[in-house]
Write a protein that binds this ligand. Structure first.
Ligand code: C2E
Ligand code: CA
Ligand code: CA
Ligand code: CA
Length: 278
């Protein structure tokens, strides 16, 4: 029995070793992955309800790893976030997204891009100036850029993050609270945050069809958001039933597989083209 126990410990140690090894590899390889073109930005459309007018797209990062295949941002973003490299990630995605917005503008499409921020970006007092520079480089007006941030990333160090957010907002960039309803989100916090938009976490939107509790949460967030003069976005809209319910609740914007999955640059362009043809 003692021997089995040892085996178990050894297997556990080996498995943990592999997890750490992989994480270590991802950290050490990320910089070169950026330069080698393994990091891609995909786009998922956001549409206004009820008429489905296209208002923008969220930029979502992907890593095509030579050994591990297509990695989900849920695996590598937290690893990259734990290092100074998240700054390089954010600016990579930001610059790509702004280039897209400029291309869309040149074709007469007024669409914004939403970029996800990490807690490190919010703690960096030089961040707003560098964003201003990127906007200027790309020749994009600030109101066509949205930053999505979670409440917990703001509340990790509000003394640092709030001045950064206020400065971005003064510049005219649109700010959205992501994953609202999860973690420690509360009414009091939302009222104090200098934001324009609230994004209902997809877990509630996905559960709405089968769970009355989720439905009640979604309805309350829409009402709360509107009472604070915020634009309310629902993500994870997968079917017509969810969409119809959101329309009834007067939710402003929808994002989800019903409209489109996140698409590579090329496929997003094809999707846009097919849609504007009609
Ligand atoms: P998020 O910001 O909450 O992004 C929404 C996630 O929901 C995306 O997962 C998207 O593909 C997925 N999704 C969209 N519509 C639906 C739907 O109808 N049903 C379901 N089940 N899922 C849907 P993804 O692309 O895997 O991204 C995961 C997370 O990784 C993001 O969550 C975000 O927190 C983070 N992330 C992605 N790109 C970046 C980035 O450039 N920078 C940072 N810091 N984080 C990023
Ligand atoms: Ca997001
Ligand atoms: Ca979200
Ligand atoms: Ca998330």
């Amino acid at each position: 029995a003692a021997r089995n126990g040892d085996d178990g410990v050894r297997r556990y140690a080996t498995a943990m070793g592999q997890v750490f090894l992989r994480r270590f590899q991802l950290v050490t390889q990320f910089r070169q992955a950026l330069d080698a073109g393994q990091i891609e930005v995909h786009y998922q459309p956001k549409v206004a309800l009820p008429h489905r007018k296209l208002v923008g797209a969220e930029a979502l990062v992907r890593w095509s790893h030579p050994e591990y295949g297509r990695l989900s941002p849920d695996e590598f973003v937290p690893v990259v976030e734990a290092t100074g490299l998240v700054d390089a990630l954010t600016f990579f995605v930001l610059e790509r997204a702004l280039t897209k917005v400029r291309e869309w503008m040149d074709r007469g499409l007024r669409m914004s891009a939403a970029v996800n921020l990490s807690v490190r970006n919010l703690a960096d007092e030089s961040f707003p100036d560098r964003v201003a520079e990127a906007l200027q480089q790309a020749n994009v007006p600030p109101e066509l850029l949205t930053f999505e941030l979670t409440e917990s990333s703001v509340m990790a160090d509000p003394d640092r993050s709030l001045p950064v957010l206020r400065r971005l907002r003064t510049m005219g960039v649109v700010l959205a609270v992501d994953d609202f309803g999860t973690g420690y989100s509360s009414l009091a916090y939302l009222r104090q945050l200098p934001v324009d938009e609230v994004k209902i976490d997809k877990s509630f939107v996905l559960g709405m069809g089968t769970d009355l509790g989720d439905m009640a949460v979604v309805r309350s967030i829409v009402e709360l958001g509107h009472s604070l003069d915020l634009v309310v976005v629902a993500e994870g809209v997968e079917d017509d039933a969810a969409r119809d319910q959101l329309v009834t609740m007067r939710c402003d914007i929808a994002q989800g597989y019903l409209i489109s999955r996140p698409l590579s640059e090329d496929r997003f362009e094809a999707w846009l083209h097919a849609r504007t043809e009609r």
